[in-house]
Ligand binder design. Structure first.
Ligand SMILES: [Zn+2]
Length: 163
């Protein structure tokens, strides 16, 4: 469940959702994982590891939902694994839609881009765009690696490439 897209969005997006959490502790939790974005910009995909129970999280969690512990250690992920699933996105995510009417990695409006999920160490999953592979050639189980990618507008996203 750690790769639940809704959770991913609320913890990394600078979109409108954040304001709703302003008066709740969740807002504090989100600021505690801000390091994730900085590490992405430096080319690293980070997870957090609970020092108390040993569970590892990606996207990083500031507190452990399993044992409620708050002592978390940052750990870089070996971001390689097999493709679990993929699809095509027809509606751009909110933060892409605001400044850029095009889908990331597309030159034509409404051209869909594949997006997929790979399973890496500890059973964690990483979601990313698949801009360089024809969707007809994408296969479940193919080995891929995830890397941060800076878009023309300066926003950082994650891409998956075959290895
Ligand atoms: Zn824990």
């Amino acid at each position: 469940m750690s790769a639940d897209p809704a959770r991913w969005h609320s913890s990394t997006s600078s979109g409108g959702n954040r304001m709703e959490f302003k008066n709740f502790s969740l807002y504090i939790n989100q600021t505690k994982v801000n390091r994730f974005a900085g590490e992405l910009a430096a080319g690293k995909l980070m997870s957090t590891l609970c020092k108390k129970c040993g569970r590892q999280y990606y996207p990083p969690q500031a507190d452990c939902p399993s044992c409620m512990g708050s002592e978390m250690e940052w750990k870089e992920l070996k971001a390689e694994g097999k493709l679990v699933t993929f699809t095509r996105i027809y509606v751009p995510p909110e933060h892409f839609a605001v400044r850029q009417p095009l889908m990331p990695f597309s030159s034509v409006q409404f051209e869909p881009c594949p997006i997929g999920l790979i399973r890496v160490e500890k059973g964690l999953t990483i979601m990313g765009w698949i801009p360089k592979v024809d969707i007809k050639k994408i296969r479940i189980g193919m080995k891929m690696k995830a890397s941060p990618f800076t878009l023309p507008d300066g926003k950082i996203t994650i891409v998956l490439e075959p290895i």
